[in-house]
Design a protein around this ligand. Structure first.
Ligand code: XMP
Length: 516
């Protein structure tokens, strides 16, 4: 295994992810607890992460000396390279002296010497794209090191002490903007550290099952299911670990897609035999939403009511000590501010935060280190059906944010039908998996149409489909005209209340994926 020492970089989890992709188990420990983690884990190698701090700053973090005494290979990334250079007798200087104000973003390095990190990957004389983000730089390196790659801004882009197997990169190999970064990290963990590379998601599952058992003991856990992939994978994993000490709760807020509730019941109660309580709260939600048109007001009401309903149900079930959540790593980063300043709320997502504070239970979050696509792999590992694991994301506030203006039961029913037709066509055209998210929106606009000899005056339905890797940015899916025309015809013919269909051609940014 590999120990990753975290100095607080926002991309430390990406290092762990790349190491997992190389088939090697790793653990992240904050620098202050790294020595203890090192003794427990007995790793074959160590990676020092980046940091928002600067080595020359007073009080900035250091790596435990014991790591340098261990004789194990060490890779320092960005701040990790600098702190290693500093601790081994080199010099790091702040950048802001007028002639140097750092390197940020895409940069190119030139390979000047051979190095074990470059094996089978980079040759002397080649230039390669990397991603830099640093203000300080190493100005004098520690004894025993050589420069093996340079960049315009960082003469010490990569340094190596092959004898001690210490390496430092000024750039970030863990981010996608360093295209060969994953291979470089694989070289370190496999070739340099000698890890075998046969670790898989199956091992992650076993590890997490052991962790959950240790955390929960014979306590009782409640897990809210949303119908989405994350909470489903968390629930099935926890159920494998502790069986019927787990109870799942599914709140039907009346803003779900067609047959959603039956689908969840079929899968969890019937297929997995997981104790499941379904709360029918449609009335509470729709009554409270009457007259509400402001998008943030809708979200706030739904978020608060969801917590009320869930809390009440948890009390009724009684005796639960733990609350399970399908929190993913991106939820963790999005809910922490790294600049220290206030971040602007574009939309308040209700599923992260709120619930734990209110319920005063300990959290069980077995997916906290994973990214969405890794959760899908884990889901398959747990035997969740492909159609479920591959589902498009669905927002917590549900159809309410796909019905601009006032939300009513009638509108929800109309939208459910149109959405189902659209998704059915997407699936039968074999396009579902190529699309990040596709859904129908019911506009608060009526338009005039003609059907047979009659004039109609009905709602307009907008179709949305986007591609994306993480939901942060998105591009429209370019359906061909024949496909769109088939869907439009079916919706207008089959869904009473809609007489016109339009396609949303807006990317994110400037649009968002949802309409509200
Ligand atoms: P936007 O509309 O902000 O959406 O571009 C980005 C992604 O987040 C989903 N989304 C939500 N998910 N609760 C959720 O669980 C929410 O309140 C929420 N709002 C948006 C959206 O569906 C897309 O995948």
């Amino acid at each position: 295994s590999i120990l990753i020492v975290d100095f607080g970089s926002q991309v430390t989890q990406l290092i762990a992810r790349r190491v997992r992709e190389a088939g090697v188990y790793s653990e992240i420990a904050p620098f202050s607890m790294a020595e203890e983690a090192f003794r427990r884990l007995k790793p074959k190698g160590i990676i020092l992460s980046g940091s928002p701090a600067g080595v020359p700053e007073e009080g900035s973090p250091r790596a435990p000396e014991a790591l340098f005494d261990s004789g194990l290979p060490i890779l320092g990334i960005c701040y990790g390279q600098q702190v290693m250079s500093h601790q081994l007798g080199g010099r790091v200087e702040p950048g802001k002296d007028g002639e140097w104000d750092g390197e940020f973003g895409r940069a190119f390095i030139t390979i000047t010497e051979e190095c074990a990190l470059f094996d089978g990957l980079w040759q002397i004389g080649e230039r390669h794209q990397v991603w830099m983000s640093h203000g300080d730089k190493v100005t004098e390196f520690a004894p025993g090191f050589r420069i093996v790659a340079v960049s315009d801004g960082a003469p010490f882009a990569v340094i190596a002490n092959e004898e001690r197997r210490y390496y430092g990169t000024q750039f970030h190999p863990e981010v996608v903007h360093t295209p060969d970064g994953g291979k470089l990290l694989a070289n370190f963990v496999r070739h340099v550290c000698g890890c075998s590379g046969d670790w898989t998601m199956a091992a992650y599952r076993d590890q997490k099952i052991a962790d959950i058992r240790a955390q929960v003991g014979d306590g009782k856990v409640i897990c809210g299911l949303s119908g989405g992939v994350d909470s489903a994978v968390a629930a099935v994993l926890i159920h494998e670990a502790i069986g019927d000490q787990l109870t799942c709760v599914f709140v039907d807020h009346g803003l779900l897609r067609l047959n959603e509730r039956a689908h969840v019941e079929g899968l969890f109660r019937d297929h997995y035999n997981i104790p499941l309580v379904v709360v029918d709260a449609e009335q509470d939600f729709l009554t409270g939403l009457a007259g509400v048109t402001d998008p943030e007001a809708k979200r706030k009401f739904i978020g608060k009511t969801f917590i009320d309903v869930f809390d009440e149900e948890a009390r009724r079930i009684g005796g639960a000590d733990f609350l399970a959540q399908g929190t993913l790593y991106p939820d963790v980063i999005e809910s922490v501010s790294f600049t220290g300043g206030p971040s602007v709320t574009i939309k308040s997502h209700h599923n992260v935060g709120g619930l734990p504070e209110r319920m005063n239970m300990q959290l069980v979050e077995p997916l906290r280190e994973l990214f969405k696509d890794e959760v899908r792999v884990l889901g398959r590992e747990l035997g969740l059906p492909d159609v479920f694991v591959g589902r498009h994301p669905f927002p917590g506030p549900g159809l309410a944010i796909r019905i601009p203006g006032e939300v009513t039961k009638d509108k929800c029913d109309i939208l459910r039908k149109a959405d189902a037709v659209y998704l059915e066509e997407i699936r039968s055209a074999g396009l579902y998996d190529a699309i990040w998210q596709a859904f129908a929106v019911l506009l608060p606009v009526r338009s005039v149409g003609v059907m047979g000899d009659y004039r109609t005056y009905d709602y307009v339905c907008a179709l949305r489909a986007v591609t994306s890797v993480d939901g942060m940015t998105a591009d429209i899916y370019p359906f061909d005209a024949a496909f769109l025309s088939r869907v439009a015809t079916r919706i207008v013919n089959e869904v009473q209340g809609i007489n016109r269909v339009v396609y949303d051609y807006t990317s994110k940014p400037p649009g968002t994926i949802e309409w509200e």
